[in-house]
Design a protein around this ligand. Structure first.
Ligand code: NAP
Length: 287
């Protein structure tokens, strides 16, 4: 059987390293391949998912949203998030789409163990695909407050509107804070939150930009758990600054592993060998 990673580009991905090791470890006969797909070839690659030897795929930037129109059904939270990162080619021939980033993030926070999302104040930086997944996980877990800090507030408002059916609990405060230097709404949200999540690429290896932080470092506070969804480098400039003020930190590797484990379980129907996947991912990052 074949499973592919559909994205553009995909050569930097470490998913093959830990997914192939997981297939081999449980004796599941499948090959995890890189299917680099420019946008104009997406329809053709999506059609190939229906071939009998195809078990499914992972979807990454820039196709997580566009891929929705090529599947036959979409899992509930993925439909609200408006993006899929996993496809299963089911035995009845149908293509089912999922967003395992949502459960990947929720599990990463759960396993970290010290700051559960329930009843906490969460601030998310960014309003793209990953921010949507983190916001969906936060609402599902029952946060007390959710603030989306984004340089395009209108996009963040759409995010909250789209996720409203997840049932924002009575008493949950969900709002948008425009993100710019001098914005008191964003500063207050970031200073006072229990869990802060960087869902922008600022701080990523090879990311070019004016700054290596998505907001001024002075806004960080020691009482927050600071999560960066970036896993390469493992210690981003944001995490370094957060540690320097005494905050606890978490990088994006646990989320990557748990979203991968959830995809693996949907493809194979077997428990994922999570510790092996983590080890293989770390090895791949060191190369
Ligand atoms: P995306 O859809 O392109 O969204 C990126 C967001 O970041 C957008 O809201 C963008 O704002 C904002 N942004 C970019 N540069 C900014 C800056 N200088 N200041 C403020 N905001 C800025 O990307 P994505 O898929 O959400 O991914 C975001 C990050 O999460 C990436 O680093 C990705 O690798 C990581 N990620 C990790 C995992 C994991 O498993 N650990 C999973 C998914 C994603 P505009 O819309 O205004 O450009």
């Amino acid at each position: 059987m074949r499973v592919g990673l559909i994205g553009y580009p995909v050569s930097h991905s470490i998913s093959p390293a830990f997914q192939q090791a997981a297939f081999d470890a449980v004796g599941f006969d499948a090959r995890y391949e890189l299917w680099e797909t420019p946008p104009e070839r997406l329809a053709e690659v999506a059609a190939r998912l229906r071939q009998p030897e195809c078990l499914g795929a992972n979807i990454t930037i820039p196709h997580k949203q566009a891929m929705l129109r090529f599947v036959d059904e979409v899992d509930g939270s993925a439909a609200l998030v408006g993006a899929i990162n996993t496809i299963v080619h089911r035995q009845d021939g149908r293509l089912a789409g999922y967003n395992t980033d949502v459960e990947g993030f929720a599990r990463a926070i759960r396993e970290d163990g010290k700051t559960p999302l329930k009843d906490t104040r969460v601030a998310i930086i960014g309003s793209g695909g990953a921010a949507r997944a983190v916001a969906a996980a936060s609402l599902t877990e029952g946060v007390a407050e959710l603030v989306i800090c984004a340089r395009r507030p209108e996009q963040a408002e759409r995010l909250l509107d789209d996720l409203a059916p997840l049932g924002i609990r009575p008493g949950t405060r969900a709002r948008v804070a425009p993100l710019y230097e001098g914005s008191s709404l964003a500063e207050d949200a970031i200073r006072s939150c229990d869990v802060l999540v960087n869902a922008t690429p600022v701080g990523m290896a090879n990311h070019s930009g004016d700054s290596d932080l998505p907001f001024p470092a002075e806004w960080l506070s020691s009482g927050s758990l600071v999560c960066d969804l970036i896993y390469n480098p493992p210690m981003t400039p944001l995490l370094q600054r957060a540690r320097a003020v005494g905050a606890r930190t978490l990088n994006g590797l646990p989320m990557l592993i748990y979203q991968g484990a959830a995809a693996f379980e949907r493809w194979t129907g077997r428990p994922a060998p999570v510790e092996l996947m983590r080890r293989k991912a770390l090895e791949a990052l060191r190369v």
